[in-house]
Design a protein around this ligand. Structure first.
Ligand code: FAD
Length: 368
């Protein structure tokens, strides 16, 4: 089994951008020997190591550098054209080494419980650890979300989620429906339509996205983040900050519009054995035959291991407080970062710093 410490004053769960940022600042604040980080991924990179191979840093939304050392400096080259799934893990790995971060992997945290003055932490291999302060940075990648639509279990074709996409080639000759209105949905729809030989694509989502020809302003970005922050402070489930940063009418999207790839339909109402339908019933409706339903319908926060702590508020979310809404109101020794308003690469950086600051405060209080 991977070596872990039986006790650490601070436990970081996760190993992506948010976790690395908090570890970097714990070192800066003099707590470099009082924490450990447990990550169940096989290697560095957080969720980026699992992104589909055609996603490059240029086609990603915008991946911010970790604090203190940028990707170009770390890799020694301009990496825009590199696949995110190789460049980011390489960068994060070098970063962990440079700053001597105390990461243990692969280690899966199965459950966290209150125990004595702190917490008992159960690992998947049955070992139990203790800690006083939890910085949870487990992201969303492990919780792909597919909305419930009647008939989904009857479909005899293939259903997959963004999480499981590998390349357009696997859709050659198929009739594929892409569901979703976010950046991933649109990029992958275009990629499949253009590159899978003999494919026929269709596209639908709950709302038709509006493409903006105006550049997305920093004020709009701040307002989008503030909206999500208001939700988590009120105990509501977060919505995605990455998805609300607007869809820019890029040259690739404009060309796809011209070529008829982006012909949008509203959401279907039922799934059948052979496809989907809109308002099917005795009075008619419309049926579309399909081989594949490709759900690009987002992710939820990966927080199952925190379930024994019963943190959920009546609104269905976890009520957050603190300067950047990183602190769980019901138990301020727990912080969630990369969650809600900080679920972006820039947000994760800032939340990591704040979490380290709060942890330093908590430990001082505990030791005086
Ligand atoms: P992650 O990178 O997901 O890291 C979470 C880590 O926790 C993983 O290493 C995982 O192995 C580990 N973990 C999870 N559960 C456990 C457990 N129980 N025990 C131990 N370890 C565990 N943001 C941008 O700013 N720009 C973009 O272009 C962009 N594109 C995106 C594209 C997609 C498809 C998605 C899904 C998200 C995108 N985001 C983007 C959001 C961004 O990836 C994250 O918000 C950001 O990287 C912060 O990462 P994180 O550290 O919170 O989570």
């Amino acid at each position: 089994a991977v070596d872990v410490e039986a006790h650490s004053d601070v436990l970081i769960i996760g190993g992506g951008q948010a976790a690395l940022s908090s570890a970097y600042f714990l070192h800066r604040f003099g707590l470099g020997d009082r924490y450990q980080m447990l990550d169940h991924a096989p290697g560095p990179g957080g969720a980026w190591q699992f992104r589909w191979p055609t996603l490059t840093l240029a086609t990603a939304n915008r991946v911010h550098d970790l604090p203190g050392w940028g990707i170009v400096e770390a890799l020694g080259l301009d990496c825009d054209q590199l696949p995110a799934a190789t460049a980011v893990p390489e960068y994060f790995g070098r970063y962990e080494e440079k700053f001597g971060l105390n990461v243990h992997r692969p280690v899966h945290v199965r459950a966290v419980r209150r125990e004595g003055e702190g917490f008992g932490v159960e690992l998947a291999d049955g070992r139990n650890l203790t800690t006083n302060v939890i910085i949870n940075a487990t992201g969303t990648w492990d919780r792909p979300f597919i909305p419930h639509i009647p008939g989904a279990a009857d479909f005899r074709g293939r259903q997959l989620h963004t999480h499981d996409y590998t390349s357009p080639a696997e859709f050659a000759g198929k009739r594929v429906l892409v569901v979703g209105a976010g950046i991933s949905a649109i990029q992958l729809l275009i990629e499949i339509a253009r590159e899978a030989p003999g494919v026929e694509t269709f596209w639908c989502s709950r709302r038709e996205p509006v493409f903006s020809t105006e550049p997305f302003t920093p004020e709009q970005g701040r307002e989008a983040v503030a909206r999500v922050e208001r939700r988590v402070r009120a105990g509501l489930p977060p919505t995605s900050v990455v998805s609300v940063t607007g869809l820019a009418l890029t040259p690739a999207i404009a060309a796809a519009q011209r070529d008829g790839i982006l012909s949008w339909r509203p959401m279907f109402t039922r799934i059948t054995e052979t496809g989907v339908c809109w308002d099917c019933g005795p009075a008619g409706g419309e049926h579309l035959d399909l081989d594949v339903i490709f759900w690009n319908t987002g992710f939820r926060s990966s927080l199952d291991h925190l379930a024994p702590l019963r943190l959920r508020a009546p609104g269905g979310g976890i009520t957050m407080t603190g300067r950047l809404a990183t602190v769980v109101e019901a138990d301020p020794r727990i912080q969630l970062i990369g969650y809600g308003p900080s679920a972006s690469t820039i947000g994760a950086n800032r939340a990591g710093r704040e979490a380290a600051r709060v942890a330093a405060d908590l430990l001082e209080v505990a030791s005086h």
